[in-house]
Design a protein around this ligand. Structure first.
Ligand SMILES: Nc1nc2c(c(=O)[nH]1)N[C@H]1C(S)=C(S)[C@@H](COP(=O)(O)OP(=O)(O)OC[C@H]3O[C@@H](n4cnc5c(=O)[nH]c(N)nc54)[C@H](O)[C@@H]3O)O[C@H]1N2
Ligand SMILES: Nc1nc2c(c(=O)[nH]1)N[C@H]1C(S)=C(S)[C@@H](COP(=O)(O)OP(=O)(O)OC[C@H]3O[C@@H](n4cnc5c(=O)[nH]c(N)nc54)[C@H](O)[C@@H]3O)O[C@H]1N2
Ligand code: SF4
Ligand SMILES: [Mo]
Length: 764
């Protein structure tokens, strides 16, 4: 690659920071924040520098690996791709399409090529046994988007740059850099919020890095958020603070909400949550009475026993106080590639519960079953049992509940293939590993995170390094496999037209599609000089066609659409290339009710699914609060899920994979700082060093996820030396939020004891 400074977007987390990477003599000399990026304004976190370590990592795979009697052997791409397609096809022919399972991990959503090519790949496989990180993550948000706004990816985002009060519940953006809220430089933006007189309130079972910056902080008992939120809804009604603002015209079923909250006065929910009734009332009043305010929840409110209800209630509270779609509240982006509009046009606004999983009868969401039931579907014999598996950029052994059981399941498969550039806890079970190029060797555009950004922005980066001649991008691997699978299905050949279609796709690649999407999107300009002539026709169509007419989708997908008329225009791939630091497309703007995709064009305030789950919440309220120790997770700014621990720079220093425990509990279980503790559930047990701290709530322990690199045969040398233990070896896979099917990753009860005792007992 040319020497000099290259500007691009860091793809590691959701924040989309601009980086300036200096290349000298073909090597990375430095990675710095790009001060000219209009969105991140020079901010980066320590992980950005590790982009270099990823690039230089000797453990990163570059050629396909094949499992043989003599261990792993490298092979060429044609052999590997033919072999994989043939083996998958064999399983499919013998046992049917659903005998193949797939799991798509988190890095897919940071990779537009993999996102686009993933579609034909899944279509070619045709299996219903699909899984992904979604059900260990943001599924409750997507379900609430679908139920309330009519579209699964119409995510509302805190308008942090204009708010005066942010109540942050179950999120730690100081460590995570924001989630479902792409917010580079959270700290800087928070400082700006506070210096304009605004406040941050944090509600969390741990006094997190974010809590330390907050103006107010409240401990909450894990899993009890739905009660707290109900108490706030109750207060709004009781104190006549419900004021929907303009939303009163496009919402329905407010009366059902009033009825639903009647059983949850703050005084009744207080003892379960650990938050005083007066505090609950004050929280509700502040949200209602602060002109620009927002309530925001994330992993801690979604991946827990009441994830569905809590996420619904968070949206609801914003709506009841007039904060949805209002400046400084919870708003919607208008991304340059509008996957919401595109999805709706192709009939993909989402679905839930159309099918149930074979073994546990769990609902599908958007065509995927909950990851918690992956092992069930592999291990349980019968018609429809999964016999072959494909993982794409995922490490579910460390990231999904009950990783040890999942490993047993992977071991008994007839065939497994992983598209991944590391030999790790998951891919070590594969028969073939297909390693793609890495981020700096491919172009980058954030299809997903631009939909959740706190400003409307767009940025495209070309590959920084030219990939080796025998390297393949994710999208190429997936397309090649899809093509082969289709051909095998059709007796070895496809019709001329289909064949031509495949060839064009492979030749042009995802960037050509991106270009079309940009040009025909809200900020595009596909018609150039004839635009003035077309505008009246579009206006006429909008005027005469009913809102839900299929042809309306056409105008909705053109830059000429009424809603988009006053947006800046002219975006295309070329335009983005001319602006290597990225383009600012302006602040979030109100967009409702135009942007709703519900059948009646209204927000459903009380979807049936949530009301049906209230019996469970009420049973929880009536039961005596338990004395169990509850386990929660945590993130650290120098770590990224399971796969950044091979960077010496990031893992050096004291181990961060520790059990946080309150001094009272430590005393109760005779644990001393630095001791090893054994943490156990019905799923399994792990041993982990103890860190005693008043920063976790009594009755709560915390372990970060993504560690546990102590499995045999992994190819991560640095990570192996900093192995830690995997929290998901003790998280049970039979605990899901029944409304959404989301894994319960926070709030499961665990048993903790000093390792010494166990050793002594074993000796006795
Ligand atoms: N207990 C607990 N468990 C959790 C969580 C938690 O908070 N607590 N968080 C959950 C969340 S939010 C998430 S998103 C999941 C993440 O779960 P996963 O997505 O399953 O796991 P990752 O650790 O992100 O692993 C990513 C894998 O992709 C590979 N990879 C990286 N980049 C690329 C690429 O460009 N192409 C390809 N083909 N492969 C690549 C890496 O080598 C690694 O194997 O974990 C979940 N698990
Ligand atoms: N550095 C770093 N950044 C990351 C990642 C990473 O691994 N490392 N992962 C990325 C990914 S994939 C995601 S999805 C995001 C996640 O982004 P966040 O959701 O902001 O990150 P978490 O640290 O999981 O925050 C969850 C918070 O919920 C709290 N919590 C746990 N249980 C409960 C509960 O029952 N109630 C309440 N109220 N709080 C609870 C936890 O203590 C924690 O502070 O981060 C992204 N960014
Ligand atoms: S905050 Fe996220 S996007 Fe920004 S530099 Fe760090 S890892 Fe990259
Ligand atoms: Mo995630």
């Amino acid at each position: 690659m040319e020497n000099g400074i290259h500007y691009r977007t860091c793809h590691l987390c959701e924040a989309m920071c601009g980086v300036a990477i200096e290349v000298k003599e073909g090597r990375i000399a430095s990675v710095k924040g790009d001060a000219d990026d209009p969105f991140s304004r020079g901010h980066i976190c320590p992980k950005a520098v590790a982009l270099q370590d990823l690039h230089d990592d000797p453990d990163r795979l570059k050629r396909p690996l094949l499992r043989t009697g003599n261990g792993w052997e490298e092979t060429d791409w044609e052999t590997a791709l033919d072999f994989v397609a043939e083996r998958l096809h064999r399983v499919r022919s013998e046992y049917g399409r659903n005998a193949i399972g797939t799991y798509q991990g988190n890095p897919n959503v940071h990779n537009h090529g993999a996102m686009i090519a993933g579609l034909p790949f899944l279509r070619a496989l045709g299996t219903q046994n699909r899984f992904s990180a979604t059900s260990n993550d943001q599924l409750p948000h997507m379900l609430a988007n679908l139920e309330m706004f009519g579209h699964q990816v119409l995510f509302p985002v805190p308008d942090i740059d204009h708010t005066e009060l942010m109540i942050c519940i179950g999120a730690n953006p100081m460590a995570s850099n924001g989630s479902l809220m792409s917010v580079p430089d959270f700290r800087g933006r928070l400082k700006a919020l506070q210096s304009r007189g605004g406040h941050l309130v944090v509600i969390d079972p741990r006094r997190t890095e974010t809590a330390q910056q907050a103006d107010d902080f409240h401990f909450i008992r894990p899993g009890s958020d739905a009660l707290l939120l109900m108490g706030m809804v109750y207060t709004l009604f009781e104190e006549h603070l419900v004021d929907l603002g303009p939303a009163q015209h496009w919402t329905r079923d407010l009366d059902l909400v009033r009825l639903a909250c009647a059983a949850y006065p703050p005084e009744a929910v207080s003892r379960h949550t650990g938050i005083e009734a007066t505090t609950i009332r004050i929280l509700a009043r502040r949200l209602a009475k602060t002109r620009r305010a927002v309530l925001y929840g994330r992993m801690g409110t979604s991946t827990q026993p009441f994830g569905g209800l809590s996420t619904w209630l968070i949206y609801l509270l914003n709506i009841l106080t007039g904060k949805l779609d209002a400046t400084g509240g919870l708003m919607f982006t208008q991304p340059a590639v509008d996957l919401v509009a595109l999805g709706a046009m192709s009939g993909q606004s989402g679905h839930f519960g159309k099918r149930r999983s074979r073994v546990k009868g769990l609902p599908e969401f958007g065509g995927e079953y909950p990851s918690s039931t992956m092992a069930d579907e592999i291990l349980t014999p019968g018609d429809g049992q999964i016999r072959a598996f494909v993982t794409i950029a995922g490490n579910p052994v460390l990231s999904s509940p009950n990783g040890t059981r999942l490993e047993k399941a992977f071991e008994q498969l007839d065939f497994m293939v992983s598209v991944d550039y590391y030999l790790n806890e998951t891919t070590r079970h594969a028969d073939v590993i297909l390693p793609p190029t890495h981020a700096l060797e491919r172009s980058h555009y954030d299809l997903i995170f631009n939909m959740m950004a706190v400003r409307n922005v767009a940025k495209f980066s070309d590959a920084l390094f030219k990939p080796a001649a025998d390297a393949r991008h994710d999208w190429q691997i997936l397309l090649e496999l899809a093509h082969r699978l289709e051909r095998l299905c059709n007796g070895g050949r496809l019709g001329l037209r289909k064949e031509l279609g495949w060839r064009t796709f492979k030749k042009l690649g995802p960037d050509a599609m991106l270009d079309v999407a940009l040009r025909s999107g809200p900020y595009g300009q596909p018609v150039g000089a004839i635009r003035p002539a077309l505008q009246p026709a579009v206006d006429l169509m909008e005027a005469v066609l009913p809102d839900r007419h299929p042809l309306r989708h056409l105008t909705r997908l053109s830059p000429l659409d009424r809603r988009w008329q006053d947006l800046p225009k002219g975006l295309s791939l070329a335009a983005l290339r001319d602006n290597p630091h990225g383009v600012d497309l302006g602040p979030l703007r109100p967009s409702l009710p135009d942007r709703l995709y519900t059948r009646d064009g209204k927000i459903n305030l009380a979807p049936r699914r949530y009301l049906d789950d209230l019996a469970r919440l009420h049973a929880f309220l009536r039961a005596k609060p338990s004395n169990d120790l509850l386990l929660i997770g945590r993130r650290h700014v120098r770590s990224n899920n399971s796969w950044m621990h091979n960077s010496q720079r990031l893992v050096k220093g004291r181990s961060r994979c520790t059990l946080l425990i309150h001094p009272d509990d430590a005393a109760r279980f005779q644990l001393v700082d630095g001791d090893d503790a054994q943490v156990a559930t019905d799923a399994g047990q792990i041993v982990i060093p103890v860190e005693v701290t008043g920063d976790v709530m009594p009755g709560v322990v915390s372990i970060p996820h993504g560690w546990g690199h102590n499995r045999e045969g992994i190819g991560w040398k640095v990570a192996e030396a900093h192995a830690g233990a995997s929290i998901n070896d003790v998280i049970r896979d039979d605990q899901v939020d029944p409304v959404s099917g989301t894994s319960v990753l926070n709030g499961q009860p665990v048993k903790v004891r000093a390792r010494k005792h166990q050793d002594m007992r074993q000796r006795a």
